[in-house]
Design a protein around this ligand. Structure first.
Ligand code: SF4
Ligand code: SF4
Length: 264
């Protein structure tokens, strides 16, 4: 949720220390909540729409803008800023954030940024290494305060761990660069990607009111879970997106469907 020129290039670890405090009495209070890009994750949308008592459609329409990442061709949602001169976040008031306990992951991290490095172990097996960096914007006076943190204690204080756990697989998919020669997602696949990421009401309908369960072999336990728990549905969405993107055989077409296709 920051301008890139405010990013400090140092790669930090969980033990890295810093001083920071954000509180209502600080002269920059809520200044960071205007004119910012806040990419939303699927878990952010679930928490916010439930907080506001809205359907997925209503929330997406009222509070988000959809964009396509030019490098990956993947669609993503961002929080829509107000149409006023300051471009304020729709949830900010002079008293602070009105959705504080359900605020998005990016707001929780701020003023820390998080990135991922592609690495390989001694056997050449690739893995992702997470690192952190400071975001220091001139309007933010929090770094002049005396309260000490490590990145780990900041994460804990801000409730970041749960959000990271919920978003990890989806973020890895979202950030995945296309391999050489790999086709971009076409508009139909982009629509499916977006729906399975953000619109749990439409995704639930798609699964339970189309021929989806006639075509795909999904075990009963999973069907029960995704029917009754939208976080489970969201996690299943990642499986579906991988299938749509043809990355993994995360879903199996039923034997009888395959046989009937062969006959045609
Ligand atoms: S959601 Fe809350 S913390 Fe995040 S920008 Fe809006 S008002 Fe600020
Ligand atoms: S200290 Fe920084 S994070 Fe806190 S309100 Fe001020 S600008 Fe925002």
């Amino acid at each position: 949720m920051s301008k890139m020129d405010a990013v400090e290039p140092t790669h930090l670890s969980l033990n890295s220390k810093f001083k920071f405090r954000c509180h209502k009495g600080i002269k920059c209070f809520t200044r960071c909540c205007s004119d910012i890009n806040i990419l939303l994750t699927p878990y952010d949308v679930i928490r916010l729409k439930n907080r506001l008592g809205l359907s997925s459609d209503e929330f997406l329409l009222r509070y988000t803008v959809m964009d396509i990442d030019k490098q990956t061709s993947h669609p993503y949602a961002s929080l829509k800023m107000n149409d006023d001169p300051e471009k304020k976040c729709p949830f900010v008031t002079p008293e602070g954030c009105t959705v504080y306990t359900d605020r998005p992951a990016n707001c929780r991290y701020y003023p820390i940024g998080q990135g991922t490095l592609k690495k390989a172990d001694k056997d050449g097996k690739p893995f992702d290494e997470e690192f952190y960096f400071f975001v220091k914007e001139p309007h933010c006076y929090g770094y002049h305060e005396k309260k000490e943190w490590t990145i780990a204690s900041w994460r804990e204080d801000q409730g970041v761990d749960l959000y990271d756990k919920m978003n990890r697989d989806w973020k890895a998919l979202q950030l995945r660069r296309n391999l050489l020669g790999q086709a971009e997602l076409d508009p139909k696949k982009q629509t499916q990607f977006y729906m399975a990421s953000y619109n749990m009401d439409a995704f639930r309908k798609f699964i339970f009111e189309s021929r989806f369960l006639d075509v795909f072999d999904i075990d009963k336990e999973t069907v029960e879970k995704i029917k009754n728990d939208e976080v489970e549905l969201m996690l299943f969405g990642v499986r579906y997106i991988k299938y749509v993107m043809m990355l993994d055989q995360t879903l199996q077409v039923k034997e009888e469907v395959l046989k009937s296709r062969e006959k045609k």
